[in-house]
Design a protein around this ligand. Structure first.
Ligand SMILES: Cc1cc2nc3c(=O)[nH]c(=O)nc-3n(C[C@H](O)[C@H](O)[C@H](O)COP(=O)(O)OP(=O)(O)OC[C@H]3O[C@@H](n4cnc5c(N)ncnc54)[C@H](O)[C@@H]3O)c2cc1C
Length: 504
């Protein structure tokens, strides 16, 4: 794993020669009219191109994209296959099958970031009188409330077509525009949940139907916590127990009195192990990073152990760890992450874009496909980041590149940057699947995006608070949501937020 300075150097190496070209700000009447409430508070640069843009997904990233695109003078249409905004933050009750549903939230989930850090840059995620959970690390309902508040404040819901699932995105070779094919699911799902609270579009009463529309550009914001990655366990096909992925986990009750092996000890693995330990007979959390001999009972638990990685599963029900010890388990739960998936990108793009071992190739700065830039962009792909502010900065960059306000490098320069990134990762011994992992350099990346787009940067207090919270989470996984010592940073954050309260 690379050291922090090494990864920081990596970002600097790849900043390329191109800088943003940002004309002097002037306010235009047309943009102000198009912009809704967002517009009233800022002077904006004259757009060079105003495009019709399809945004896929109305989660945090899609809403950030819609806001920035419209702020730039474009006309975005957001396609959302569900009935509400909020994406993965819309809790879905226990699913019938492994692949059901979009959300991966479990019932008790609380954020793993403090709310001050997590929110969009100019829209504080503060506890307010209408909050559903005023705690610093709130439950998922409070995040969904905040996303709704963001959409309401910037008047975004009207841009969203609900129950509209994009099934294909095809580049029209003659004019470089895009055909977006989408399925109207409104009638088929009439009366369905979604929990979003924003009204679903009531068009399409005739039932599911496919439609096509032309767009100048497509911005993909479809999320990447839906398609489970499963650990490859030798012998598991003949193993008689039950396997599930954390994507399908909702409540601990079904694990009552069972022996459960959890694979993965990161955010979800750690939280779910502790929750299940409250009802299960035994929980064994297998961690790939632990030495073979690891078999530690976690302090405060009589039935929760940290173990080394699983070596194999046997037909007699045993699950064998790397040190040769074994347990008879009822369930293996894979808390092993997710795969990127873009089922709507057709074969035509398939020759240009590929996903192999969770590397999306080729992507310039995790956003643009060089050959198709800027008319096809991806927002929200990097992981080990603070997602909302990063999506906001990426969206601002994409919006600027589409209008022509921001210049991108040539296709060859972007490809060179991609190749250089791969070479660096390889030299550092990082696996391919970590290509979009920004564990050690997210803030350099965010600052670079801000420089390119002319957007305000991530505040210094937020960076320090993220580092402090990450450290605390490792040191005190049981209590980090209740006890902290970064009070000075909280004061700075709350002071900083004051300037937004007066305009919100
Ligand atoms: C268990 C869990 C815990 C997390 N905890 C935190 C946390 O504490 N703090 C934090 O900041 N982040 C957390 N995250 C990360 C979270 O994913 C991001 O905060 C953020 O919600 C990502 O937003 P998104 O818009 O990129 O994706 P999503 O929220 O997944 O939204 C994607 C949207 O695209 C729609 N869509 C997909 N395909 C199509 C299609 N073909 N046509 C139309 N619509 C489509 C989906 O219906 C969905 O609404 C967590 C994630 C998980 C899974």
């Amino acid at each position: 794993m690379a050291s922090a300075p090494r990864r920081a150097a990596l970002v600097k190496m790849h900043t390329s020669s191109t800088r943003a070209t940002i004309p002097a700000p002037t306010t235009t009447t047309r943009r102000a009219a198009a912009a809704g409430s967002d517009r009233a508070t800022m002077a904006t640069p004259t757009p060079m191109r105003s495009l019709h843009v399809a945004v896929i997904g109305a989660g945090a990233a899609g809403l950030a994209a819609a806001r920035e695109l419209r702020r730039e003078g474009h006309s975005p249409v957001v396609f959302e296959r569900g009935a509400g905004i909020g994406g993965t933050w819309i809790y879905e009750p226990p699913a019938e099958t492994e692949d059901d549903g979009h959300s991966s939230m479990y019932e008790s989930l609380r954020t793993n970031l403090p709310r001050e850090v997590m929110g969009f840059l100019d829209f504080p995620f503060a506890a307010v009188p209408g909050s559903l959970d005023a705690r610093r690390f709130p439950r998922h309902e409070e995040v969904l409330r905040y996303i709704h508040e963001f959409a309401r404040r910037f008047d975004l819901s009207g841009l969203v077509r609900f129950r509209a699932e994009v099934t294909a995105v095809v580049r029209v070779l003659q004019d470089g525009r895009w055909t977006v094919r989408w399925r109207n699911k409104a009638a088929a799902a009439a009366g369905g949940g979604g929990g979003g609270g924003a009204a679903a579009d009531d068009a399409g009463e005739a039932g599911e139907e496919e439609q096509e529309e032309a767009y100048d550009a497509v911005v993909v914001c479809n999320g990447h916590y839906t398609k489970p990655r499963i650990a490859d366990i030798p012998g598991v096909d003949a193993w008689p127990g039950k396997q599930i992925h954390s994507h399908s986990y909702r409540l601990p009750d079904p694990f009552h009195d069972q022996v459960v092996v959890i694979i993965g000890a990161k955010n979800s693995g750690g939280d779910i192990s502790r929750e299940i330990a409250g009802v299960a007979r035994e929980v064994h959390m297998a961690n790939r990073a632990s030495p073979a001999a690891t078999c530690e009972r976690l302090p405060g638990y009589h039935n929760l152990w940290l173990r080394s990685m699983v070596e194999r599963a046997d037909p007699d029900g045993s699950v064998v760890f790397r040190d040769g010890s074994s347990v008879r388990a009822d369930v293996i739960m894979h808390c092993t992450g997710y795969k990127y998936s873009f089922p709507f990108l057709d074969q035509q793009q398939g020759r240009i874009i590929s996903v192999h071992d969770n590397r999306i190739h080729p992507l310039y700065k995790h956003v643009f496909v060089p050959q198709l830039a800027p008319s096809l962009a991806f927002i929200g792909l990097p992981f080990k980041v603070i997602p909302f502010p990063m999506a906001q900065l990426q969206a601002s960059w994409v919006a600027g590149a589409l209008s022509g306000r921001v210049q991108l490098p040539s296709e060859e320069e972007m490809m060179e940057d991609v190749r250089a990134l791969y070479a660096e990762l390889e030299a550092m011994g990082w696996p391919v699947r970590y290509t979009h992992c920004l564990k050690h350099n997210q803030f350099e990346y965010d600052d670079w995006l801000a420089d390119q787009s002319g957007h305000a940067k991530v505040e210094e207090w937020r960076k320090s608070m993220y580092d402090a919270a990450s450290k605390k989470k490792v040191e005190c996984p049981e209590t980090y949501r209740e006890e902290w010592d970064d009070h000075d940073l909280m004061d700075q954050a709350n002071q900083d937020f004051q300037k937004y309260y007066c305009i919100l």
